[in-house]
Design a protein around this ligand. Sequence first.
Ligand code: ATP
Ligand code: MG
Length: 414
Amino acid sequence: MSKGPQRIRGTQDIWGEEADRFQKVVETFDRVRRLYAFQRVEMPVFEATAVFSRSLGETTDVVAKEMYTFLDRGGDSLTLRPEFTAGLCRAYLSEGWQQLAPLKIATHGSVFRYERPQKGRFRQFHQLDAEIIGAEAAAADVELLVFADQLLHELGIADGVTLQLNTLGDAETREAWRAALVAHFEAHRGDLSEDSLARLDKNPLRILDSKDVRDRPIADSAPAIDDYLSAAAADFFARVTAGLDASGVAWTRNARLVRGLDYYRHTAFEFVTDRLGAQGTVLAGGRYDGLIESLGGPHTPAVGWAAGIERLAMLLDAPAPPQVEAALVPMGEAAEAAAQRILAELRRAGIATDMLFKGNMKKRMAKAAATGARFAVIIGDDELARGQAGLKDLGSGEQQDVALDRLVEALRGR
Ligand code: ATP
Ligand code: MG
């Protein structure tokens, strides 16, 4: 094999059964988002770098280490989107979507992060994304969570995936909890990883989210937020959990769950499985009331989630491969010419059809069977002269002649 150009590390060529599973995730998402009345939007793949650095937080892993940032030919600093939320909030401001608030939007596509590639972790990967922008009520958090739960059920992967839920409280709560966390981590300073020592000064909450084994015991024994929740924050969280219970969505409390980005407030959640090793979070999100302000907009409450399409697809059973309904098998020169017309007619009539025109009759019939089609339409020069085709049931082996002008009807009638 010649060694031509290679795929870039962390990117994927998705094909065959994997592409079918990927497609099933996207189709199911699109169907379910309609049930919840979310509008579809399409977003740019790159934004001004400041859109992400300001909103995600300069010290977050994504901004500090993972962004694909470059100067374009005009000298502007651009960044390939590492997530959707910040770009959607930018659009909310620049497109005047404020008038539409509360706005329920959904999108999906490629996102880019410079990470160490491994199973379930890529540099170009794909996310589903759903957001409600301009909604302060806990009902919005509930709606998004019930949507996510229904998506996982309709994908057939809800078993073995648990919803872990937490609140990060309001500003008052966060300050008090933060002080308690700093005291706890300071007491264990000597045992923390270098990364977490740096986080201790800038954003101690994020130590709770560390994947470093040295940090885990310290993070797991850290004070939970409950002792610091303000009455207002506790009330908001109670509304969210009551809504989930009323909607029949199972959840478990994880009082130490935080999210990797700075913009989260109140609700934070992850749908987690143990079937994907270290890459067990399939869908995650929360409330980000401060994000739009960090982009220079007015105070705007909002909540949303994103899911990794690849991770969801890895959990799926292989869907049935796409099947054609009819396989056209022309034999002879005149038949091959006529088959072009018949093929176009069948497809225009909405019958998925493939044509097999290589090899001897035996080879063609074997290939016809391999398409998974129920019927082969056999066109020989003799049949053609009579204005007919042979219709062969590939299951039973039965064959009968059908007039060409009744072919669509005959295929449909079964
Ligand atoms: P992780 O902890 O796995 O790095 P994250 O907190 O960085 O995830 P989010 O920013 O919340 O992830 O992105 C939402 C979802 O996108 C994740 O739950 C996961 O399913 C998926 N995801 C994140 N990073 C990657 C990646 N590099 N490759 C594939 N999927 C990813
Ligand atoms: Mg990450």
